[in-house]
Each structure stands twice: as C-alpha cells, then as structure tokens.
Write a protein that binds this ligand. Structure first.
Ligand code: ADP
Length: 358
C-alpha cells in the first residue's frame, strides 16, 4: 500500500483534511459566503463576508442575518431556502457612502441532519461601473462626432443647392466644412490616443529630462495661439532642473495643460510654468490667471469629455479629452495630476512625479 493510500484510508484523517481544505477554500474565496441555521442565525461565514458585512457589526457568527444585512428580498430568499428548500438568485444593493451591488445565490443545505441555507454573494459593483463607463463613453463619442458631421452635411447640401456659385460665401462654407472635419480628425486622434494609453499599449522610456528647455519647446510650439491676445508665457523653471520622465509624453502633458491655460485665459493674462522638488517628489505647476473653474466642476474635469462649457470648448477646438490624457500619462509615470482654482482668478494644474535620482 502506498503511503498516500494508507493516509487516505484513515477515515479520521480524511475527514479532518477535507474539512481544513474546505475551510481554506472558503477563506481564499473572493465571494462572500454566509451559512445560516433554521432560526436564521449565522453559523458560518468567510473572510470576504466579514469584510463586506462585518466591519460595522463585528464577527458575524451567532448574529441574526437581519442584524447584519437589512434587505427584505434577501431575507425572503433565505426563508424560501429554509422552509421550502428552494434556490433563489437575487440582486442585492447595499446603500451607504460606498454603494455596493451583489448577485446572490441562495440555496438550502443540510449538515449534521439539520436544515440550513447558504448565500453566496458575488460583488458586481465594479463590473456594473465599467459597463456604465463603457456605455457613457460610446454615447459621448457618438454625440461628439454627430455635431460636426451634421454641420458638414448641412453645408455640403447648401453648396449643392446652389451656394457653390455664390462667390461671396462659397469659400466661407468650405472653410466651415474644413473646420468641422478637422475637429472630427482631432477627436478621433484623441480617442485613439486615450484608448492606447488605457489599454497599456504604450511604453514609457523615462530618463532625466531638462525641464527648462522642454518648457521652452512647448512655449515655442504654442506661441501662435497667444498671438493677438497678448498672453504672456513665463518659464520659471530653473535652468538645471531635471525630472525623470518620458520626454515625448511629458511634452504631451505640458502641451495639453499650457494649451488649456492659454485657451481659458483672458486678454493680457499670464501662463507660468514652475518647478519644485520636495520629499522625493517633483512638482511641475502650470498656472494661469484666467477664468478659473468653480468647485462643482473642479472634481470632474479630469473625466473624459467633461467640460464646464461644452459649446464653447468645441468652438475653440477642444475635445474634452485633453485632461483625461494628462491624468493617464501622469499615472503611467507613477505620478498624479491635480488642480486648484478660484473662479474668476485662475487655475493651477500640478503634475507630481517621483523625483529624479541625483
Ligand atoms: P478641452 O480643453 O478639449 O475642452 P480638457 O480635457 O483639456 O478638454 O479640459 C476639460 C475642461 O476643463 C475644459 O473644457 C474647461 O472647461 C476646463 N479647463 C481645463 N483647463 C482649464 C483652465 N486652465 N482654466 C479654466 N478651465 C479649464
């Protein structure tokens, strides 16, 4: 007899080991498991159940199910399992600061000749959130594309209906068509960019970058946008300041933020880029003394397509994706982007990066 067979043939060992295997399985499960007895008192639960329902209530064992989760449908399903020995599948929504949603399977079980019921709670909060984000994204994209497309079609029809021979206006109409087509182009570029960043499709090649000269390059590229509005671009980054980043991606972040600081500025306003190193962190700040952002919008502007004034952003060539791209790129660098702003006074966007090694 092999050692294993001998080992397994010992009934006591088998029982003991299968019990501990079961208990280990329960411990490592991501789903919450609650077992109740006839009187709906909890007889057993796993770590996931404790994390989900026990934090406020302490240990779950010996408590009544109704003390731990207050939900009529859930209680009805457990009653059905205990009294009618029937399975149920329900959706459970737990209110609170951090709302959670579960798919719950409830079934009758029997142990030591007593009837009980088991509930297995599968947390679908995240899945639902992702699904919502996906739907919102699709509907936003369609909407954003439809607006310039409608305008293009309308102007093409006008030209076809005779305006093509109207020498005073035909060039202007073509100009509007071009502007809208460019907007669609820009939008699709930004969507593709964002999707490749989000899906991990880009890899960074970080190195020590001279920030002062990079900011100079960004200013040069955007200088045409300040023309006529007398907006001053100020580079306050020290000549030797270095950050550890992917040059092209850092330039992209700075371009988006400086571009916004120009766009949402006022005549004769300033845009200042500065640098600070503290506590192993490098902070690049882009400040403007333009229109500012009110508190209600402030926490949402990094969301895709979120704009404080949709029509105006479109008019000045915005896609509403610039800040979402900056956020993702900053995170990809192990950093973060944040904003502080006073309505009517101006805004400061800060990119925080892990400090460059000396
Ligand atoms: P876009 O600039 O294409 O509209 P962004 O994602 O870059 O999209 O910015 C989102 C919104 O945040 C802008 O539409 C604007 O309402 C607001 N915003 C961004 N930067 C500034 C700024 N410096 N000052 C005021 N509002 C800003």
């Amino acid at each position: 007899m092999s050692l294993l067979t001998a080992w397994f043939s010992n009934k006591e060992i088998v029982e003991h080991s299968s019990r501990s295997i079961l208990s280990e399985i329960l411990k490592t499960m991501r789903e919450s498991v609650i077992v109740v007895g006839r009187d709906t008192r909890i007889l057993a639960s796993n770590a996931a159940a404790y994390n989900a329902f026990g934090r406020r209530n302490g240990a779950l064992e010996d408590k009544r199910l109704s003390e731990v989760v207050r939900d009529l449908t859930l209680h009805e399903a457990f009653r059905k399992a205990l009294e009618e020995r029937a399975d149920s599948d329900i959706e459970l929504e737990l209110p609170g600061v951090e709302k959670r949603k579960y798919d719950v399977h409830i079934a009758p079980i029997e142990f030591d000749k007593t009837a009980g019921a088991i509930g297995i709670f599968y947390d679908i909060t995240q899945i639902e959130r992702l699904e919502r984000v996906r739907q919102e994204f699709l509907s936003n994209v369609s909407h954003e594309l439809r607006t310039p497309l409608t305008s293009i079609l309308a102007f093409v029809e006008t030209l076809e209906d005779g305006a093509i021979n109207d020498t005073e206006n035909n060039q202007r109409f073509l100009g509007v068509i071009r502007k809208n087509a460019q907007r669609m182009h820009h939008l699709i570029d930004d969507i593709l960019e964002l999707s490749s960043i989000e899906s991990g499709g880009i890899s960074l090649e970080p190195k020590n970058v001279n920030l002062h000269s990079l900011v100079e390059d960004v200013f040069t590229n955007l200088s045409a946008k300040t023309a006529g509005r007398k907006i001053k671009l100020k580079n306050e980054v020290g000549a030797v300041a270095r950050v550890f980043a992917d040059t092209a991606r850092l330039e992209q972040m700075l371009t988006n933020l400086v571009d916004n600081a120009i766009k949402f500025n006022r005549e004769t306003g300033n845009v200042t880029v500065a640098f600070e190193r503290a506590d192993e962190k490098d902070t690049i700040s882009i400040s403007d003394n333009g229109e500012g952002i009110s508190g209600e919008h402030l926490q949402r502007i990094f969301e895709r397509f979120y704009r404080t004034d949709r029509a105006r952003s479109r008019e000045i060539g915005g896609t509403g994706l610039g800040l979402a791209i900056v956020k993702h790129l900053a995170r990809l660098h192990g950093g973060e982007v944040s904003v502080s702003s006073v309505l009517g006074k101006g805004s400061t966007f800060s990119i925080e990066l892990p400090a460059a090694a000396e």
